[in-house]
Design a protein around this ligand. Structure first.
Ligand code: NAD
Length: 271
């Protein structure tokens, strides 16, 4: 059901790779709620072509941008304002990639050049996006910036390797930039810490399927789906959350606050 929560709002949505992507669902919900927006992804992801289907469905233009390139991001914010007819009201950062995870390197055997790429793509890009927008003054007053994160920023999940550091940095950037953008234009900046979700990035993590089941058995509400994450992000882009900023918001069915569940106790079976 749509409520017109984003009627008249303009935005930029990154990270929709295919119809499993969390950003894909957010774009569909944003459209339903009345927003107009541009879509962006790394030029290499464009070649896979699926994003074009989403663009047609949402009547949105695609602007390729590597989130590690200042030049590409400048183009992204400048062209988005031209296409949409003014400053934007919301920005979604839904970007993550670790070459160490992709190539199966253990946390105790990281390649540091790849580690730097993990941080650049998955965390610094959040700062780069906001710094670019700030310098171009591209976000309207009371705008909203959301980045997607995972709880490995707070607690150890061994298979998440260097992405844990990237997420800790991403969440820290939300707090720091949230201060500066709040003072400058009353723009809020938050991260949403989402349950394990079956997507290209999610399934790339070692042991994902087992961990997905584990998290689902712990969380009293079960794992949050990508569609539910989209609903939550829409509220953060809407005018109903204007005073929420610099927060890391758990969207995980209660996983983060549960010590153990009856289901897990039964599995362990200790007398
Ligand atoms: N899937 C999960 O279990 C889960 C859980 C919590 C948080 N997240 C986070 O959600 C976000 C979206 O991931 P997803 O699960 O939808 O997977 P996904 O693979 O669909 O999305 C990741 C996106 O990052 C993009 N990307 C990679 N390098 C880029 C670059 N240099 N420039 C621009 N874009 C680039 C990819 O093309 C892709 O669209 C990520 O930040 C991820 O860490 C995912």
């Amino acid at each position: 059901m749509a409520y017109g929560l984003l009627q008249g709002k303009r935005g930029i949505i990154s990270g929709a790779l295919n119809d499993s992507s969390i950003a894909w669902k957010i774009a569909q919900r944003a459209k339903e709620e009345g927003a107009t927006f541009t879509l962006t992804n790394a030029p290499i992801a464009m070649r896979m072509g699926e994003i074009k289907k989403l663009a047609e469905e949402c009547n949105a233009e695609i602007i390729p941008a590597d989130a590690t390139s200042n030049e590409d991001l400048e183009k992204l914010f400048t062209q988005s304002q031209e296409i949409l007819g003014g400053k934007v009201d919301f920005v979604l950062h839904s970007i993550g990639m670790s070459p160490n995870i992709r190539k199966g390197r253990a946390y105790t055997d990281l390649n540091y050049e790849w580690f730097k790429q993990t941080l650049d793509i998955s965390a610094l890009s959040f700062h780069r996006m906001m710094q670019t927008a700030y310098k171009l003054d591209a976000i309207n007053e009371w705008g909203s910036v959301v980045g997607l994160t995972y709880m490995a920023a707070q607690r150890t999940f061994p298979f998440y390797t260097d992405m844990a550091e990237a997420k800790a940095m991403l969440e820290s950037i939300a707090r720091s930039f949230g201060y500066h953008y709040g003072k400058y234009r009353k723009v809020r900046v938050n991260t949403v810490s989402q349950s394990p979700t079956q997507t290209t990035a999610g399934s790339g993590i070692g042991g994902f399927d087992k961990f997905f089941g584990y998290a689902d058995a712990i969380a009293p509400l079960g794992n949050a789906t990508a569609d539910q994450c989209a609903d939550y992000c829409i509220t953060l882009f809407s005018d109903y959350t204007r005073m929420v900023t610099m927060q890391n918001l758990f969207h995980d069915g209660g996983f983060s606050m549960t010590g153990v569940s009856a289901e897990i106790m039964d599995l362990v079976n200790v007398k």
